[in-house]
Design a protein around this ligand. Structure first.
Ligand code: ZN
Length: 318
């Protein structure tokens, strides 16, 4: 307890030039989750022990945003969310559809999904005839995936690579996982290492240049849930660092209903924390959403929930 905590450094580039953008206390985070319908159990709340506040930082070197302390969720925290949030693991999403389209286009017959969760993507991939593999740390989720015929192991990518050093896959995927891990640069490196030469890596993360930016207090976007916030630039940098070519990199489309939801929610959450004096009215979110719809902006503004990157490993790469 006597030693001072290490000075935080950027999780992508290592710079210690960091600018604070925002901070929340553990009671404020618990209050935000409660507003979202989640009561954190004492075992989940214990994550916050010894921390007076959680700070959002922006790197002066590369602009990446992350939180300090690095505070990943524990099993009780994720059990709280799965029990209290309906559809915590989605059945399908645009990222799944895109990865399957890539598999079809490039004739990829085998996939490794990192952080496969309940196996919803693997189910879709298997239905298309792909051989399905996955890694996940949730023991129950792994058991469920195996029952449905997927080869899923309760391991990290690093441990898997250590036990199966020669194993490579023509398609490696990871959907909405990288924002949860304490060392995303290492996670990406391990994912890239599992890709076969001329193979593909599909990554999806929440888009911090999208609608989430309008709702920065939403507790899913804070530790112990998300530990980092992502832009297209950050995904491009990771590709370059790991010598992967970018095949495609863009955001989801943003629906009017999502825009209205997040605009309203941010105002409610600001009011809840006393950052906004007046109760949140409905007029402004309604007006913005109306204009967005009239302009048919959904067709050309790719500022929705997620950011998708498809990378290709060069033929001669290890
Ligand atoms: Zn940086």
């Amino acid at each position: 307890m006597s030693s001072a905590p290490a000075k935080p450094r950027c999780l992508l580039c290592g710079s210690d030039s960091l600018e604070p953008l925002d901070a929340l206390t553990p009671p404020e985070l618990e209050q935000l989750w409660f507003h979202m319908g989640v009561k954190l159990s004492p075992a989940a709340q214990a994550l916050f022990n010894g921390h007076r506040h959680i700070e959002l930082l922006r790197c002066g070197g590369c602009g990446f945003q992350f939180f300090s302390p690095v505070l990943p969720g524990n099993s009780p925290f994720y059990e709280d969310l799965q029990r209290q949030i309906r559809d915590y693991y989605p059945v399908t999403c645009p990222a799944f559809t895109r990865a399957l389209a890539a598999a079809r286009t490039h004739g990829l017959r085998e996939v490794m999904d990192l952080g496969c969760g309940s196996g919803a993507f693997l189910d879709l991939a298997k239905a298309e005839g792909l051989a399905t593999h996955g890694l996940d740390l949730n023991v129950q989720a792994v058991a469920g995936c195996r029952e449905r015929g997927h080869e899923v192991i309760n391991q990290t990518a690093e441990d898997f690579a250590a036990t199966r050093p020669e194993r490579r896959f023509p398609l490696v995927t990871s959907f909405e996982v990288m924002e949860h891990v304490p060392d995303p640069a290492a996670f990406f490196r391990e994912a890239a290492a599992l890709v076969a030469p001329s193979g593909y890596l599909a990554i999806a993360v929440p888009n911090n240049e999208g609608v989430h930016r309008l709702c920065s207090l939403e507790p899913h976007q804070w530790p112990p849930h998300h530990l980092t916030r992502w832009r297209a630039t950050d995904l491009r940098r990771l590709g370059e660092q790991n010598r992967l070519e970018i095949v495609s990199l863009d955001g989801d489309e943003l629906r009017g209903v999502q825009l209205r939801f997040y605009l309203r929610l941010q105002r409610e959450l600001e009011h809840l924390l006393g950052r906004r004096k007046s109760p949140p009215g409905r007029l402004w979110p309604e007006a913005v959403t109306f204009v967005y719809r009239v302009l048919l902006a959904r067709r050309y503004v790719r500022r929705g929930i997620s950011l998708h990157a498809l990378y290709r490993k060069p033929a001669g790469a290890p």
